[in-house]
Design a protein around this ligand. Structure first.
Ligand code: B12
Ligand code: SF4
Length: 515
């Protein structure tokens, strides 16, 4: 077993010391020499045209930036292309790959970008058969064997967190060694698809290099229905990985095995200071569960204020683990936008999702956030559970109106491989895995007991429209904007973009009604 394999094959709880040593090791000169002339390029593909889940405004592909950072520290040349941010056509991507001329080409594959990743990978392999094509991220992790069995031009799947595995992979590809020693891989061996044991989770996120946003060469923003809510230099950031809950529609539990791993406030502040020095002023936390430890959140907020950073940020929270005092600390430290996972107004449906919350907890969370003067509160809802009745859907949509939120994000339930929901519907015979594993599926399209998909779509659209057409709502939104410097600046910034916003809303509406 190689030193790297040994260092990464331990239980995460016991492997911190080993991992720290691994990180120093990958900086060592000997490794730099070993990797000379080795190149690993990453592509984060956009969803294919027409796929639901198109990207309004992409956020940085932090996962590949983390992987690239570890590789570069070890002396591997790495490059990253984010298709959505650069607006590249397939042809432009292939030209980019040709120019980069990597030894290994990695694709970051989510469910909606799978078909585009396949198309690009096939063409890249045709142009250069010596290229090792690697897929990673959620969709690749949960479908590793199926992908390799069906698509001969994909060589390797990196399952789970990629940082340590890509390093070992680069080493073995360079030395043309067998991949069997590397944990977390699925590949072909003598014509058979084989999977090595899962790689251990990364124990210390602090020990990883800070992702280099300059690698992408693009600026990012954050939008809601075409309206820019990030008006200053913006990027995303991860303060923890994993989540101990097991909501049935979410793949995070399986991906990160339910282990929440926070970064320390000190380590996070280093990243904030670095990004601040580069002019970044607005941030989005893309953690699975940012607010799991409220004491850590408060400590971070106080440190942000102590270091007098003129920053603004956005984050998610569960509704059952929050309170006024914490929200107030967050607002004082620059939190401007809060996403709350409300999901449903029906306890029965919440229980089906295994969400572990109640509608009353949602009411209290929204009230606390409002009282704390949060500028924008987004409520995220899901309708269309397998046997959810019309009245239950209406109840949730009424709840969206009743709650004092600014934006209702109305989602129709879909099932993806890797989730408990998927497994449940496969077990019940509603999902034919062979038919749907590549794209996932709206549950209301396959469940015989669900309200038909088109009807739900119309209901959510009507709810969204009436939400903003209600005079009381309109009035309170105008008043809130007048009182909030952040909202006023966002409004002014968007005034010049009225045409673009109208186009986005129009597109959303036609998507809603015609798909
Ligand atoms: C930010 C985000 C987005 C952003 C940007 C995504 C991006 N550029 O990466 C936007 C808004 C565009 C987005 C859209 C969608 N998203 Co999203 N998103 C996230 C979120 C919140 C954070 C991603 C992140 O940065 N994580 C932090 C980094 C460090 O971790 P990571 O990305 O997992 O990367 C690690 C590994 O996956 C691996 N890895 C990743 N890429 C690669 C590539 C290679 C070659 C290798 C070897 C390894 C590797 O190594 C990384 C380091 O350990 C995640 C939830 C989460 N917390 O992860 C959901 C999540 C990824 N999204 C999800 C979904 C469902 C979607 C949408 C389909 C939603 C929709 N219906 O519109 C779309 C699809 C967009 C697409 N491209 O296809 C699901 C994934 C489901 C699935 N099976 O694919 C997730 C997991 C949410 C969830 N818990 O269900 N999303
Ligand atoms: S939806 Fe959120 S709380 Fe639920 S398991 Fe996923 S990350 Fe955790």
């Amino acid at each position: 077993m190689s030193i790297l394999a040994e260092a990464t094959s331990r239980n995460p709880d016991r492997s911190n010391g080993k991992q720290q040593r691994l990180i120093s090791l990958i900086c060592a000169k000997s490794l730099e020499r070993a990797f000379r002339n080795m190149k690993f390029s990453f592509v984060s593909p956009s969803p294919a045209p027409g796929v639901v889940g198109k990207i309004e405004a992409p956020w940085p592909p932090l996962g590949v930036l983390y992987c690239a950072g570890v590789l570069m520290n070890a002396g591997v040349d790495a490059s990253v292309l984010d298709q959505a941010a650069r607006g590249f056509s397939s042809q432009q991507i292939l030209s980019w790959v040709k120019k980069e001329d990597p030894d290994i080409l990695g694709f970051s594959v989510l469910v909606t970008s799978f078909s585009e990743a396949l198309r690009l990978a096939r063409q890249a392999k045709e142009e250069n058969p010596n290229l090792t094509i690697v897929f990673g991220n959620y969709h690749a992790t949960f479908n590793a064997e199926r992908i390799l069995k069906k698509y001969p031009f994909v060589d390797v799947i990196v399952r789970g967190e990629g940082e340590h595995t890509v390093l070992e992979l680069a080493n073995n590809v360079k030395k043309k060694r067998n991949l069997k020693e590397i944990t977390g891989l699925t590949f072909r061996n003598n014509g058979h698809v084989v999977s090595t044991p899962d790689a251990p989770l990364i124990g210390s996120i602090d020990a990883l290099p800070i992702p280099d946003r300059d690698l992408i060469g693009a600026e990012y923003t954050s939008e809601i229905f075409g309206i820019k809510v990030a008006t200053r230099r913006f990027t995303s950031i991860v303060s923890s990985r994993g989540c101990p809950f097991r909501c049935s529609f979410c793949g995070c539990r399986k991906f990160a095995r339910g282990v929440w791993r926070p970064r320390t406030v000190e380590n996070l502040m280093k990243e904030f200071q670095l990004l601040y020095s580069k002019g970044f002023r607005q941030f989005l936390f893309v953690d699975d569960n940012f607010t799991l430890n409220l004491r850590r959140v408060v400590k971070l907020c106080r440190q942000m204020r102590k270091e007098k950073l003129d920053i603004e940020w956005f984050c998610d929270s569960r509704v059952d683990n929050c309170n006024y005092d914490t929200f107030r600390e967050m607002v004082k430290a620059g939190c401007r936008l809060l996403y709350l996972g409300v999901e449903s107004a029906n306890q029965r449906v919440l229980n089906y999702y295994n969400k572990g919350i109640s509608p009353d907890q949602t009411r209290r969370a929204v009230k606390s956030a409002r009282k704390a003067c949060m500028d924008i509160i987004v409520g995220s809802f899901i309708v269309g559970a397998p046997d959810e009745a019309r009245e239950e859907i209406q109840n949730t949509l009424r709840f969206a109106h009743e709650l004092d939120i600014d934006v209702p994000q109305l989602n129709i339930l879909s099932a993806f491989p890797g989730t408990d929901l998927w497994n449940d519907l496969v077990a019940k015979g509603f999902i034919d895995e062979e038919k749907y594993w590549e794209e996932g599926v709206y549950v209301s399209k396959i469940s015989p007991h669900a309200v038909p998909f088109e009807e739900i779509r119309q209901m959510t659209y009507d709810c969204f429209r009436s939400f903003y057409l209600h005079p009381r709502k309109l009035f309170s939104e105008v008043l809130r904007t007048a009182k909030s410097p952040y909202r006023t600046s966002a409004l002014l910034n968007n005034l010049v973009r009225v045409g673009e916003i109208a186009d986005t809303v129009k597109r959303e509406v036609s998507l809603n009604l015609t798909e």
